[in-house]
Design a protein around this ligand. Sequence first.
Ligand SMILES: CC(C)(COP(=O)(O)OP(=O)(O)OC[C@H]1O[C@@H](n2cnc3c(N)ncnc32)[C@H](O)[C@@H]1OP(=O)(O)O)[C@@H](O)C(=O)NCCC(=O)NCCS
Length: 180
Amino acid sequence: MIGGMRAAPPSTEVTAVEAVDPQLREELLACWTDVSNAGGAVGFVPPVTRDDVAPVLDALVARAATGRERVVVLRADGELAGWAVLSLSVSPLRRHWATVLRVQVHPSRQGQGLGRALMTGVHAAARDCGLEMLHLTVRGGYGLEAFYAGLGYQEFGRMPGAIRLAPGDDREEVHLFVRL
Ligand SMILES: CC(C)(COP(=O)(O)OP(=O)(O)OC[C@H]1O[C@@H](n2cnc3c(N)ncnc32)[C@H](O)[C@@H]1OP(=O)(O)O)[C@@H](O)C(=O)NCCC(=O)NCCS
């Protein structure tokens, strides 16, 4: 707050991108590294460097280029503020739903409603692809079920010990779904 005036809420835009160009790759890499180092549950255990994240991101970018995955980007006041992935199934019996992966908002922007804006955009992008349902998993013990419950997701199962953060530190994985 400056001089008693509250900053205006950021103007947000959520887009499903067709291809990840080098500039967007750099933005995704910086965000994923920062989110992971802030303790976010997005596939890594901190500390990580960009070099740790880059090969995993590049595999994702390659799948996006084939249409298997779709990157959904949230911009706030023009800057990349978060992103997520829609992962489509290759099975002809599972073409009506997808799995959401890597949901993240930059640590400097969390707690301002942007996660909700991102997921609302992911749902719109999924509907545009003709999808009827989304699936995702969260690490147990992070309280993330509450975030997704607010977006209509329901829990349908827990796999004990599915995620090994370190030897002796296994976490359960919670499976959630939403009908669009
Ligand atoms: C999870 C995450 C995407 C939420 O984004 P955000 O911008 O901080 O969330 P929002 O401000 O839009 O919050 C929306 C609602 O969810 C709630 N919420 C957000 N994060 C929560 C959490 N970790 N636990 C419980 N509730 C949470 C908020 O309190 C808010 O509730 P309200 O509508 O009743 O006020 C973000 O915190 C993040 O990137 N975390 C690190 C990465 C991560 O763990 N991703 C999850 C992968 S499954």
